[in-house]
Design a protein around this ligand. Sequence first.
Ligand code: FES
Length: 101
Amino acid sequence: MAWQKVAREDAIDADIPTAVSVGEQLIALYKVDGQVYGTSNVCTHQFALLSDGYIDGDCIECPLHQALFHIPTGKLRSGPTCDDLKTFPIKIEDGEVFVDC
Ligand code: FES
């Protein structure tokens, strides 16, 4: 794992997930209560990009079958039975977002 610069913090919208990638890793960034979080961008149920989903408070809803994942922890809250989402450590330096992946 290594810190990778992926986005400007001010480019992350509180209402819309931001899709980024590091190599083959597809990552979704979110801003919840001013804090930036990162999860896998791929739903653990079937293939759907969570960056196409809907932010509901501190959760992201999958656009395909509505699995609801807690953004800070990746825990499945409701929806089809599937694994929790992988989460990534995030740090901000000089307005730049870094993901440890
Ligand atoms: S693909 Fe996400 S809930 Fe089915």
